[in-house]
Structure formats: structure tokens, C-alpha cells
Design a protein around this ligand. Structure first.
Ligand SMILES: Nc1ncnc2c1ncn2[C@@H]1O[C@H](COP(=O)(O)OP(=O)(O)OP(=O)(O)O)[C@@H](O)[C@H]1O
Ligand SMILES: [Mg+2]
Length: 261
């Protein structure tokens, strides 16, 4: 189990640009090891951009990103090494359609370890079992339901036993039952494997119940950081607009409008 006092991820005064546009600025974020943190925000607010900075895919224009006490390395080789410790569930799964579920889960093991085939096969079986899908090993992505495909992607993200998991919109396209399955799986894996999880999503009401901490981003910055209970109680008009799903309020509803504003 992780040391409860240790910090898994720390961002200090981070600014993230895409081209000439600043997407997020002044981002300070501390994620305690062992916790589940929900990063919430409306569509286009920069959630995926923030995740890209956590994995080193996007370099901050300013500020620092530390993972398990170390700044993300500048050098590509060292960065790839750090990334092995970060399991990523991509927005939209990213499964390879020509490979079976088991072959998809085996990919990171084949690419990053020299383990012999029978050992890889056994690990793949264990990962599929962990997400309740051992019987789906030989199915192709097109033969899986949306919820099953999401779980295969989750098993693949877990393949290298990363201590940190980041989930980008894990509920998109899932019905309420499949959403419940995925959220409880994320929470259970976090607890039983002693992970740290960051869930980026606009599915507030499904995510808050499993989160220890919540962060809300909107209009280019962090507008709330605290516990889920504090968030639910907040009377801040901007937070209420987001939580209650109202179209009009302090959050501009798309990027175009924000740029004009
Ligand atoms: N590779 C890129 N190049 C240029 N602009 C980008 C790129 N990726 C994202 N953006 C812009 O950055 C802004 C934030 O996008 P981002 O994908 O981070 O939002 P999001 O909160 O993840 O949205 P969603 O909830 O729809 O997934 C958007 O205005 C988007 O157009
Ligand atoms: Mg996104």
C-alpha cells in the first residue's frame, strides 16, 4: 500500500498551451498517493490536455509536473521509462481492431518486457480476470459490447502494473449499468492494488461517489479543489451551473464563444 503521506502527482503553477492558445494556466494540483481524484469540467475545458501533461505527452509552457516525487524527465528515453508507471485509459479505448482482447492486453507486455510467452499469457489471463472478462479473451473488439471493450482497455492499461492510473472519460458511451460497473471496478482496483487514480470526466454524478477528492476546471483554470461533499454543497454559481447542467451561466458553452468573450 502506498504511504498515505506521499504525493503521487504534483503540478505547480502549470500553464498548458496548444499552439498559440493557452488552454489552462496557474494549475496547482496535488494528488495524494492511494487516492481517487476526479478532475471534472465541461467539454472542451482542457481535461484531456491536463492528462497529456501528466503523461509527459504535452510539455507545460510554464511550471512543473512531478510524478512520485520526480519531475517528468526531459529526455525521451527516461520519459518512456516513467510512462510505464502510468496506466492510461484513453478517451475512446484505443483498442486495435485486428487483435483479440487478449492480444490487446498483451501489447504493452510484448513491447516493454522480455517475459517469455507463457508468462505473458498468464499475466494477460490475470488482467482479464481482474476486470471480469476471462471468457472474452479470444473475442475481437467488434464482438464486445461497449462496456466490455472499456474493461479490455482497462485490463491493457493495467498490464504493466502501473502504480498510477489515469482515466480519460471512462464512462463515455456507456449506459447507467455499464457505467456503474466501470466506476466500481476503478474504485475496487484502486483499493485492492494500492493504486492512485485520476479520473477525468464530465460525468459528475457517477464519479463523485467513488472519489476522495474533486477538482473542477473551467474557463482555463482550477475553479474548485476539495472533497466531493464540499463540491456538492457549494453555492458558487459557476459550480452550480456545471453540477446542475445549466446551459447559461459563468461557463461559456463552447471554445468559440470563450474566445470571442
Ligand atoms: N492537439 C491539439 N491541438 C490544438 N488544439 C487542441 C489540441 N487538443 C485539444 N485542443 C484544444 O484544447 C481545448 C481543450 O481540449 P481538451 O480535449 O483538453 O478538452 P476536454 O475537456 O478533454 O474536452 P472533452 O470533454 O470534450 O473531452 C479545446 O479547445 C481543443 O480544441
Ligand atoms: Mg477530453
Amino acid at each position: 500500500m502506498p504511504d498515505p503521506d506521499s504525493i503521487a502527482v504534483r503540478l505547480q503553477d502549470v500553464r498548458l498551451d496548444r499552439g498559440a492558445r493557452t488552454i489552462l494556466s496557474g494549475i496547482d494540483l496535488t494528488v495524494p498517493a492511494g487516492s481517487v481524484t476526479a478532475v471534472l469540467g465541461p467539454s472542451g475545458s482542457g481535461k484531456s490536455t491536463l492528462l497529456a501533461a501528466l503523461t509527459g505527452e504535452l510539455r507545460p509552457a510554464a511550471g512543473t509536473v512531478e510524478v512520485f516525487g520526480r519531475p517528468l524527465p526531459e529526455r525521451q528515453r527516461a520519459l518512456l521509462e516513467t510512462r510505464k508507471g502510468i496506466g492510461v485509459l484513453l478517451q475512446g479505448n484505443g483498442l486495435l481492431t485486428d487483435l483479440t482482447a487478449a492480444e490487446n492486453v498483451a501489447l504493452p507486455l510484448r513491447a516493454h518486457t522480455r517475459l517469455p510467452r507463457p508468462v505473458i499469457d498468464r499475466l494477460v489471463e490475470m488482467k482479464l480476470h481482474a476486470v471480469g472478462l476471462r471468457e472474452a479473451a479470444d473475442l475481437y473488439p467488434r464482438e464486445l459490447s461497449g462496456g466490455m471493450a472499456r474493461r479490455v482497455a482497462l485490463a491493457r492499461a493495467l498490464a504493466l502494473d502501473p502504480p498510477l492510473m489515469v482515466y480519460d472519460e471512462p464512462l463515455t458511451g456507456l449506459d447507467p449499468i455499464a457505467s456503474g460497473v466501470i466506476m466500481s471496478l476503478i474504485a475496487r482496483l484502486n483499493a485492492t492494488l494500492g493504486l492512485t487514480s485520476i479520473i477525468v470526466t464530465h460525468h459528475v454524478h457517477e464519479t463523485l461517489p467513488v472519489a476522495d477528492r474533486a477538482v473542477v476546471i473551467a474557463n482555463g483554470r482550477i475553479v474548485f479543489a476539495g472533497t466531493p461533499a464540499e463540491l456538492e454543497r457549494s453555492q458558487d454559481p459557476l459550480l452550480r451551473q456545471f453540477l446542475d447542467g445549466r446551459p447559461d451561466g459563468p461557463i461559456a458553452f463552447d471554445a468559440a464563444r470563450r474566445e470571442v468573450a
